[in-house]
Design a protein around this ligand. Structure first.
Ligand code: GAL
Length: 989
């Protein structure tokens, strides 16, 4: 027999008894009591467990202790079940609103002491800031109510149930409920009471809610207050001490909008906040006001009259140990890091974050798109049949969600757009949500990407539109249809501002093409930028059976259905390490742009509001990467949107070295998010004198040989290098394979989107089909000449009729050993290639090669479509630091445009390589690591990489681009590597 409650687990209603309307999350001096801490906890496998646990005197001595807030699956070392990761898939049968009987149910209990003086309170509320997914509450054995909406706040009136002194609160949480159908976001399913639980004393004559609406125009602020308080609570006083504002209203009708002269506006760049208090005799509420006006004018999205460009990220709440449990210090550091990397906007994908996060965003300065807790993506599999978004039975649940979202966070100046949710199809309930927002907050536009035809939203939004498609959207009067739109609907969408709510899928190594999207934003004012998917990986720190720590992804906890490492798609690794893509993003979106023009540099300030008076401009000159001169540019404060022309310093050009001039804009004083001297923007100018490339010396007199000889310090056997100096070094071996990146494994995209891709088939699959990962070699010839050795190899894979000829010529050139490798593909290769490189192995012996010093592009890895963060200079790194620890091992570490490389062993040079440009001036790149591409490709996690006794060097004539085909466009044709002939020329010393 089902208990009364388990029967309502499948209830579509949002719960019973939580207070409505919801209120702002306010900072008040009314007494509160945090119920965070240690609770008693019992996990049951189904929802139909007896409810006697809620009785005051229930014996919970056999239960566990559990910290609240937490997710029970992340506590207790697996004793409380395991996390589940799915993207679109529901981890239970699609049978709405029902969920399986196997429904992990966590019962929680704790005692608390209510202070004696709380008996004066008019009401006592119990507030839950986040519980996943449905919960029911008792106080002292009295049932109080239930609620769903995991990432939303719920308050209950518990006045009649509490008493001074000892009390018992009991909470039953079901992992699955009808609400789970509305919470199908691409993330871990993590049940539990994962945000704060607070008991709140509400004084008689207190302030129930405040909405401090502000505006800004022409140097003046506007305040339009909404105060929710009993008429008997008046007078109410508003104070903004810094502005000398003090207003007392003696009755609700007196509260009318007013203006304030001389205020500084709030913007993401200059997040000027003013402390505000709102008081009655019984209570004072503290807020921070930012003055700003949000507005859509035609197809422009404006704040304070100026167009906003979002250089944003999608931010999930995720922490490797705590899951979605908020950690303020970690979050603050995360936001500060965003600022350091030129991120100016956050979409709170795909639910409201912990309320404190928005305080931090106001304070540090971000444009925020605040998204409601809603996604029903799993219905796509059923062609959206039964999708709650279009079923009136779910209307109440949808409206409850958006009301709780907007009401909780309405006071934040940083929030400039409300978003209804993500990937929930379309339908009447979404339209109803939008109508509700329009009525309640007409000053902020409504966003929802799934409203393709623009029926009920105010901005046009898309995800993963390709560069050409995005450009299409930017153009006026184009007849090209927009996705899912009739011509008339397309015309309607073109009247609105456009943003990419997701683009540039940052999974694993990638994405490429940030710069192409960025260029469009400056060409087409309708395009307002976008939000990279996504800020950080969601790895959960765990260990293998033998105790090796690693960051888990889908499947690592034995889930029945899961989506593998699709949850590892951030620009930040799970352990907070920025990936090269974050450096690339920073460089591409830098708010100052430098254009060199003769003896001048044009400095464009692309910021929204701020001039450049917070910056200093430095320059330096380097000869082959060694600094020879430096100084500061004299730059007047450049206003936002303006350009200054500044003379460049005299540069001493070296006759026999490359001469590079670097200019940087750096912070002239520390801020809340970076130290003085932090680089905001930089650019380089090549001032090198022209130096002809030494031609390869033609050799004659070739005769067959056995390939065993010595040339200078190089020793050969059978035509291959075996030693250099006193170290074993073997090679070169033609390498066409790279451990596929997540984008190489992706098969996303339209037919013909890129001429290099086959629709529905990943490049990696084609590479494996063609055997690029298992090439074999037949040595066709070995020849000697005076001071020279030449081999010809035919390289091909089993069951393939295509091959590559590789001719390697070693010669002594003025005491140096030169290697020239010419590669030439046969006909019949139809795919793009990952790389054209030559590999060398350097066995460890008793002194492993453990570091590199190079002059070329660095310091981070770079690929043809991700080169903007790379600068020309001299860099050094340990071998380990040359690779990025992507959660799933894959191609990493390529440094482009190499000039000189020194391999080191305990800081001593063991091999020096000079890379000469080919006849078209192209220089090779290099990768130095401990594993072959084949070994990396076989590992699903870093701990699966075999132990290594060899350092591997690959010098690449070329690499394929990155693209973002894991979930987005393929590599742009210009950066796709096609089979072609290449030459690599190296000097070894
Ligand atoms: C989008 C979705 C995101 C995420 C992304 C792929 O479709 O909105 O939540 O799943 O794809 O990583």
């Amino acid at each position: 027999m089902l208990s009364e409650f388990s029967a309502h687990v499948p209830d579509r209603a949002p719960g019973r008894g939580a207070l409505r309307p919801a209120r702002s999350w306010l900072h008040s001096d009314a007494p509160t009591l945090s119920l965070n801490g240690t609770w008693r906890f019992r996990l049951s496998p189904t929802a139909s467990v007896a409810e006697d646990f809620a009785a005051e005197d229930h014996d919970d001595r056999g239960w566990d202790d559990l910290t609240v807030p937490s997710h029970w699956v992340l506590e207790g070392d697996g004793a409380h079940g395991r996390p589940i990761y799915t993207n679109v898939q529901f981890p239970f049968p699609i049978d709405p609103p029902h969920v399986p009987d196997e429904n992990p149910t966590g019962d929680h209990r704790r005692h608390f002491e209510m202070p004696a003086d709380w008996s004066d309170a008019e009401r006592v509320l119990l507030r839950f800031d986040g519980v996943e997914s449905l919960f029911r509450v008792w106080v002292n054995g009295v049932e109080i109510g239930s609620a769903a909406g995991s990432r939303l706040a719920h308050e209950f009136d518990v006045t009649s149930a509490v008493r001074p002194g000892d009390n018992v609160v009991a909470v039953r949480v079901h992992q699955w409920s009808a609400a789970s159908y509305l919470e199908d976001q691409d993330q871990w399913w993590l049940p539990g009471i994962f945000r704060d639980v607070t008991l709140i004393a509400r004084p008689a004559g207190g302030i129930e809610d405040v909405w401090l609406r502000t505006g800004f125009a022409d140097g003046h602020g506007r305040v339009d207050m909404e105060i929710t308080a009993e008429p008997t609570a008046y007078p109410v006083t508003l104070r903004i001490p810094e502005l000398g504002v003090e207003r007392t209203w003696s009755a609700p009708a007196d509260v009318t909008p007013f203006g304030i002269a001389d205020v500084d506006p709030w913007s993401a760049e200059q997040p000027r906040l003013y402390d505000v208090t709102v008081s009655t005799a019984a209570e004072t509420v503290t807020l921070r006001a930012g003055f700003r006006t949000v507005e859509i004018r035609g197809d422009r999205f404006l704040v304070n009259g100026r167009r906003v460009v979002f250089h944003g990220v999608n931010r999930h709440e995720t922490h490797p140990l705590r899951g979605r449990v908020f950690d303020e210090e970690h979050a603050r550091e995360d936001l500060a890091r965003m600022k350091r990397f030129n991120v100016n906007a956050i979409r709170t994908s795909h639910y409201p974050p912990h309320p404190r996060l928005l305080d931090l965003a106001d304070e540090l300065g971000f444009w925020v798109v605040l998204e409601c807790d809603l996604e029903t993506h799993g219905f796509e599999k059923l062609d959206w049949v039964g999708n709650p978004s279009d079923d009136p039975a779910w209307r109440e649940a949808y409206l409850d969600r958006i009301e709780r979202t907007v009401e909780r966070d309405k006071n934040h100046p940083g929030i400039v757009i409300w978003s209804l949710g993500n990937e929930a199809g379309t339908g009447c309930n979404l339209a109803a949500m939008s109508a509700w927002v329009h009525a309640r907050d007409p000053e902020r536009p409504v966003h929802y990407e799934g409203d393709y035809t623009g029926e009920y939203t105010d901005v046009y939004s898309r995800m993963y539109a390709s560069v050409p498609e995005t450009e299409q959207i930017g153009t006026d009067g184009s007849r090209a249809p927009l996705l899912n739109c009739t011509p008339a609907q397309g015309a309607r969408q073109r009247t609105k501002p456009f943003l990419l709510c997701e683009y540039a899928h940052a999974m694993g190594n990638g994405p490429g093409a940030f710069d192409q999207y960025e260029a469009l934003v400056h060409r087409y004012p309708r395009l307002h930028g976008g939000f990279v998917w996504e800020w950080r990986d969601h790895g959960i720190l765990t260990t293998t059976a033998d105790g090796t720590p690693y960051y888990a992804y889908g499947g690592d906890f034995g889930e029945v259905v899961h989506d593998g490492n699709f949850v590892m798609d951030g620009m930040l690794l799970s352990d907070d390490v920025p990936t090269p893509s974050l450096h690339e993003f920073k460089a591409v979106v830098q708010p100052l742009r430098f254009t060199f023009d003769g003896d001048e540099v044009r400095i464009a300030n692309l910021r929204h509001t701020a001039d450049t008076s917070d910056l200093r401009f430095r320059w330096r000159v380097e000869h082959d990467g060694a600094s020879v001169d430096s100084g500061c540019l004299d730059v007047p404060a450049v206003l936002a949107g303006e350009v200054a022309r500044v003379p460049l310093p005299e540069t001493v050009v070296a006759p026999d070295a490359e001469t590079w001039l670097t200019v940087e804009a750096v912070l002239s004083a520390g801020t809340a998010w970076a130290d003085e001297g932090h680089v905001i923007a930089e650019a380089q100018l090549d001032r090198s004198a022209h130096r002809p490339v030494r031609a390869a010396r033609a050799r004659a007199g070739w005769r067959p040989g056995d390939g065993t000889l010595t040339l200078g310090r190089a020793e050969f056997a059978g035509g291959s290098l075996t030693r250099f100096g006193d170290r074993p070094v073997t090679g070169p071996r033609l390498e066409l394979f790279r451990a596929p990146t997540d984008n190489d494994e992706g098969a996303w995209g339209e037919v013909g989107e890129s001429d290099a891709s086959v629709a529905g088939v990943s490049h990696a699959e084609l590479w494996r089909r063609d055997g690029l990962d298992r090439l074999t070699t037949r040595r066709v010839s070995v020849e000697h000449a005076d001071g020279a050795l030449r081999t010809v190899d035919k390289v091909s894979a089993a069951n393939s009729g295509s091959w590559v000829m590789a001719e390697s010529t070693w010669s002594l050139e003025g005491g140096e050993v030169e290697l020239r490798v010419e590669t030439e593909p046969s006909r019949g290769w139809h795919t793009v290639w990952p790389r054209i490189g030559i590999a060398f192995d350097l066995p460890d012996g008793d002194a492993p090669v453990d570091g590199a010093d190079w002059f070329g592009l660095g310091p981070h890895e770079s690929y043809p479509d991700s080169l903007r963060a790379a600068r020309t200079g001299r860099f050094s790194a340990t071998v380990d630091d040359l690779s990025v620890d992507y959660a799933r091992p894959q191609e990493t570490g390529h440094r482009s445009a190499l000039r000189r490389l020194t391999l080191t062993c305990a800081d001593t040079a063991v091999l020096r390589i000079e890379a000469l440009p080919d006849t078209r001036g192209r220089r090779p790149g290099f990768t130095l690591g401990r594993h072959t591409p084949q070994e990396i490709a076989r590992a699903g996690h870093p701990f699966e990489l075999p132990s290594s006794t060899t350092t591997r060097l690959i010098v690449d004539a070329a690499q394929h681009g990155l693209g973002s085909r894991a979930c987005g466009p393929d590599v742009w044709p210009e950066f796709a590597l096609r089979p072609e002939s290449r030459t690599i020329r190296l000097r070894l010393t």
